[in-house]
Write a protein that binds this ligand. Structure first.
Ligand code: HEM
Length: 145
């Protein structure tokens, strides 16, 4: 029973994490072309960011519980690779957070965005795409654990 509950929570965390990261990518892409979406970007992204972090925390807690409760053999090599990728997602997530903070500091209302702002924005885009790819890679790997 406990195993089923934590396995269920692992799926909920998965839905929040992958769903949030995918939605953030789609909205960011729309914002590139549509100024109306760009204007409300800063209102939507923080909510999605919280959803992704909550998903990650839930995945890690339920993942540890499932590992200790599971009664069948696991592919420990694959699980180890998966753990390394989870650490990478968290690290890149922290870098994304710092980039967003930097952009908020650099963005002055009524002024043209600086060169530095665009550089941070470009880095943010690359970090986000990398993390989105990592999310799907982890899901792929997990299907074989
Ligand atoms: C980004 C983070 C993670 C993602 C996207 C993810 C995703 C998945 C998916 C899709 C599955 C297969 C379906 C299932 O049985 O629930 C799975 C299974 C599993 N995950 Fe994760 N997971 C993550 C983090 C973790 C962590 C941190 C741990 C361990 C500390 C963990 C331990 C496990 C175990 C042991 C299974 C196999 C359960 C079984 O055989 O039924 N996961 N994970």
């Amino acid at each position: 029973m406990l195993l089923e509950i934590f396995n269920f929570l692992h799926f909920i965390g998965l839905a929040w994490g992958v769903g949030g990261a995918t939605a953030a990518a789609i909205i960011s892409m729309k914002a590139e072309k549509n100024p109306e979406v760009a204007a409300s970007l800063m209102k939507i992204i923080p909510a999605l960011s919280k959803l992704i972090w909550a998903g990650l925390v839930l995945l890690i807690i339920s993942g540890i519980a499932v590992t200790s409760l599971v009664k069948w053999p696991l592919d420990t090599n694959l699980l180890l690779i998966k753990h390394a990728l989870v650490v990478l997602i968290v690290a890149i997530g922290a870098l994304i957070f710092l980039r967003v903070k930097k952009m908020q500091k650099l963005a002055k209302p009524g002024e043209k965005p600086s060169e530095e702002f665009f550089k941070a924005k470009k880095q943010l885009g690359m970090l986000s795409i990398t993390n989105l790819a990592l999310w799907y890679l982890i899901v792929l790997i997990s299907a074989f654990v």
